[in-house]
Unconditional design. Structure first.
Length: 191
């Protein structure tokens, strides 16, 4: 590719099926925006505790070529995601809203070997291996899943721990009447 060549600019379709086969090996750049519902992303839907109509993620994608000294220009993919998902709060076991607003940048590579050789200390962008029929929808879904918290929780003070975690409510004793678990050890020491 000639460094001074003007590349065609292609507008991406917002249809989920069209995002499954994007030709990232062609000498052209892409731009697109759209909305993906939770149902368009089955792995994300599996994580959701509640699925409401209209839930999903707005996305924006742009690719461009960036000069790299001594070699051919590298293609860069910038992805922005914004949306919300309902997960189970690990404190109270009720629905918890998780709002995502993510921006990530990838350098597109042609092979696994090329991606493995990419410097790991580059925190601005990570390598992403692409083929002629690149599944952009899967990459968007991957980034949503990677952005989810490991342990979803409401903010402090917004929920109470679930009673069944600590035993049945009917079996609870007042705080001052609970049996000390170390009494057994105390009695053993006396004998």
């Amino acid at each position: 590719m000639n460094r001074h060549q003007v590349l065609p600019h292609v507008e991406l379709s917002s249809e989920p099926n069209a995002l499954k086969k994007v030709d990232c090996c062609a000498p052209q750049s892409y731009k697109g925006t759209g909305f993906l519902s939770i149902t368009d992303m089955p792995r994300v839907a599996d994580e959701a505790s509640t699925k409401l109509p209209g839930d999903g993620f707005d996305w924006i994608v742009q690719t461009y070529f960036k000069d790299s000294p001594g070699s051919e220009p590298h293609q860069i993919l910038e992805l922005g995601l914004k949306g919300r998902l309902y997960l189970v709060c690990q404190r109270c076991l009720q629905d918890c809203v998780v709002d995502l607003d993510e921006k990530c940048r990838f350098i597109l590579m042609n092979s696994e070997a090329e991606a493995d050789a990419y410097p790991i200390e580059d925190e601005e962008q990570e390598p992403l291996v692409v083929k002629q029929h690149f599944n952009l929808l899967e990459t968007i879904e991957d980034e949503v899943l990677l952005s989810l918290p490991l342990i979803p929780k409401h903010p402090e003070g917004f929920c109470e721990p679930h009673a069944t975690i600590f035993g049945d409510v009917g079996d609870e004793q007042p705080e001052n009447e609970r049996e000390n678990p170390f009494n057994v050890l105390k009695n053993m020491k006396k004998n």
